[in-house]
Design a protein around this ligand. Structure first.
Ligand SMILES: Cc1cc2nc3c(=O)[nH]c(=O)nc-3n(C[C@H](O)[C@H](O)[C@H](O)COP(=O)(O)O)c2cc1C
Length: 287
């Protein structure tokens, strides 16, 4: 398998238009933002609209879920036409998520994790995996709970494990723990996708050299969908106006939420002026 270059799930960013743009610029896989499985099961309209998989694309949905029965019901309810993967989120550091015992708060609950991964693999009609951090905090990291999770992922024969190698109490600016990532690669029998600060060919190559089967890019892809081809060594021409038009075409045709549209509009305008910095979407400050 060629080394994979994937787009991260990003709340407020990864809508259909943006995923399509990234695929057209070399992304091998993309994901929706995290979607709450219990709200899917309840039929919550706003939540269901986040499953914006209206055209065939290499695109997975990312679910946030803590109960195996809910996961099973959600997987039974989702229409998998145009969906090529399912990922479970065990990395979101938001107090709202952790406070409800979800995301990284689940990593230490081995029995619960085993049940979730078993349901995922047995009920997902498409390839599936998980995205993890190293634990909630230093103590959990010292106990190497992440290696237990990797063993569960091996046991369940998941199709990937994406690792954002830091604990949930670390900010987006804190460095990744390369040693822990290497330990995970040594134990994993399934493809490991490395995540965190991949922003060019060099930083991606470092992860490939460690033994990652792929990398997942988040912030560096915003307003810069060419990053995927750049990582693959393909020469690119960055036309920000044209890229936004391409985004707009799909976003308008399939009716994206206004907040996504405004964000991408704003970002591409900034890029046109030479501002290549990361600007968080409004209201999202946890990543
Ligand atoms: C705006 C924003 C929203 C995010 N939303 C999600 C999400 O819904 N699910 C998830 O697993 N990670 C989410 N993340 C985390 C990223 O997927 C990724 O793990 C993190 O940003 C590190 O990658 P990077 O250094 O390439 O940005 C988000 C990150 C950002 C910047």
């Amino acid at each position: 398998m060629d080394k994979q270059v994937w787009l991260s799930p990003m709340e407020g960013v990864s809508d259909l238009g943006f995923r399509n743009l990234c695929i057209n610029q070399g992304a091998d896989m993309t994901f929706t933002e995290m979607i709450r499985a219990d709200a899917i099961v309840r039929g919550n309209k706003a939540t269901l609209s986040l499953i914006d998989t209206h055209i065939p694309l290499k695109q997975g949905i990312q679910l946030l879920v803590s109960k195996p029965a809910i996961l099973q019901k959600a997987l039974e309810k989702i229409d998998f036409t145009n969906i090529t993967g399912v990922d479970l989120n065990f990395g979101c550091p938001s107090p709202d998520v952790i406070g409800k015992g979800k995301g990284p708060a689940l990593l230490k609950r081995i029995t619960r994790m085993r049940d979730l991964l078993t349901i995922l693999k047995t009920h997902s009609p498409v390839p599936c995996g998980i995205k993890i951090r190293l634990g909630m905090n230093y103590r959990e990291k010292e106990n190497k709970i992440y290696l237990k999770v990797v063993e569960l992922a091996n046991e369940a024969k998941l199709d990937w494990i994406t690792v954002h190698p830091k604990t949930a109490d670390k900010t987006s600016q804190d460095p990744i723990d390369v040693d822990a990532l290497k330990e995970i690669i040594a134990v994993a029998k399934i493809p490991v996708i490395g995540n965190g600060f991949v922003c060019d060919k060099k930083s991606a190559q470092e992860m490939f050299d460690m033994g990652c089967s792929g990398v997942m890019v988040a912030r560096a892809a915003i307003g810069n969908p060419w990053i995927f081809n750049e990582i693959k060594g393909i020469s690119v021409t960055k036309d920000f106006a044209k890229a936004f038009e391409e985004y707009k075409k799909i976003a308008s045709l399939y009716g994206t939420k206004q907040k996504y549209f405004n964000y991408h509009n704003e970002i591409f305008e900034l890029r046109k002026k030479g501002d290549m910095a990361y600007h968080s979407p409004s209201r999202i400050d946890v990543y």
